[in-house]
Design a protein around this ligand. Structure first.
Ligand code: EPS
Length: 389
């Protein structure tokens, strides 16, 4: 499976073409819209989210609620587009119109794609960079992820995400099942399963906003029910953990990723890092702990996948940071008007989507490719084989 996205933040729409989705997958627009709505929520978002109400249009590759095996076309319209038709229109504009309304953006924000993107593509107006580098694009990645989640759920695999940390406030959630975790997360305005920490996180967001600043955090994705042996040790580009790591760092503003105990492994001896192997009639092989987060040798162990990603604070700040105007080369203090002060809760939904995509893609590649029923049957066989191995 593969996909491409297109669309500018204030253009008419976001589009994704998703190729290789097996036939026979039951899919409704509401399956996708639920995830789009989850991404839009979250304490700390700016005014843009009051303008948008993201809804998907399923335009091809599906008939009567079931996928055909042909490419899916997914579209989400930008409601804000109506305010930007001239500035972002595809048609050429006259010199007069240009003078009238075109305010070139010549002041790059520190930490954003603005300056490097402008140098790379030769844009004097950095709007040509920021429109596409905007995290608005994550909308359709969540739509694509919702399709992947549907594939996973048909194979008995659950994927979820929650916020572990915002602005230095750490959560200490306690839950038994994914369903319980989901309930706690959905009830929290910051998508954090620890109620007390949620309140402190909201306070930290309020403080950042008052100070014209932004804050980042850590999100955690959990995938439960993966059969063992998905991915491979035989070649660098077949390791599933490596693909997931790339997917996490591809999310706007994400700077790092870890699995299981992650970077803590540097401080511990091997006896406190590796997971002892056990076997039972009911479970087959399992690990007594899951410090490695469900991966050994680039392959799934059958234990839950535990993936964490760190998001830096959003670079669009009300609080001025120094930068240089590319026209005058003069130093200025950057100050931007509209932004989110914290997008970590929304980013947790994006992280869930990209992990869902990578795991579903690996399953489809390994267990059948064309038809959902074959993939399901092959996964069932693999589970039975592994249990008795
Ligand atoms: C973003 C800037 C803001 C965010 C946007 C990402 O948009 P605007 O420039 O229109 O105020 O709201 O996020 C979204 C639109 C979204 O759907 O998540 C940026 O520069 O990355």
């Amino acid at each position: 499976m593969r996909y491409l996205t297109a669309g500018e933040s204030h253009g008419p729409q976001l589009t994704a073409i998703v190729e290789g989705v097996p036939s026979g997958l039951k899919l409704l627009d509401q399956d996708i819209n639920e995830d789009l709505a989850r991404r839009q929520k979250g304490y700390g978002r700016g005014r843009r989210m009051q303008i948008e109400k993201d809804q998907v249009q399923l335009l091809s590759g599906i008939r009567h609620g079931v996928t055909l095996g042909s490419p899916l076309a997914l579209v989400v319209e930008n409601k804000d587009w109506t305010h930007w038709t001239k500035i972002m229109g595809a048609a050429p504009i006259s010199e007069e119109e240009e003078k009238e309304m075109k305010r070139q953006i010549s002041r790059p924000r520190p930490g954003h794609a603005d300056l490097n993107g402008a140098i790379k593509y030769g844009h004097r107006d950095m709007r040509n960079v920021l429109e596409r580098s905007s995290a608005r694009e994550t909308t359709v990645r969540v739509a694509v992820g919702a399709v992947a989640r549907k594939i996973l759920s048909e194979c008995g695999i659950k994927v979820t995400a929650h916020v572990r940390e915002i602005g230095g406030v750490k959560a200490n959630p306690s839950f038994e099942t994914i369903e319980e975790l989901n309930q706690l997360t959905e009830n929290s305005p910051v998508r954090c399963a620890d109620e007390e920490a949620s309140l402190k996180m909201m306070k930290a967001i309020d403080e950042a906003k008052e100070n014209g600043d932004s804050i980042g955090g850590i999100v955690e994705v959990i995938v439960e029910g993966m059969p063992p042996g998905v991915g491979s040790y035989v070649h660098y580009d077949r390791k599933l953990d490596a693909k997931i790591a790339a997917a996490i760092v591809s999310i706007n503003a994400f700077k790092g990723v870890e699995f299981g105990i992650g970077f803590e492994a540097a401080e511990k001896p091997g006896s406190e890092v590796h997971d002892e192997i056990a076997w039972s009639e009911e479970l087959g092989y399992y690990r007594k702990t899951n410090r490695l987060g469900g991966f050994e040798g680039g392959m799934t162990t059958g234990m839950p996948l535990i993936i964490r990603g760190v998001m830096k604070p959003i670079p669009t700040l009300y609080k001025p940071l120094q930068s240089v105007d590319i026209e005058t080369k003069e130093t200025f203090s950057a100050s931007i008007e509209r932004s989110d002060s914290c997008a970590v809760p929304a980013a947790s939904v994006v992280a869930e989507a990209v992990v869902a995509w990578e795991t579903a893609k690996a399953l489809v590649e390994q267990f059948g490719v064309d038809r959902m029923d074959l993939i399901q049957e092959n996964i069932r066989k693999m589970r039975d084989y592994a249990r008795g191995f």
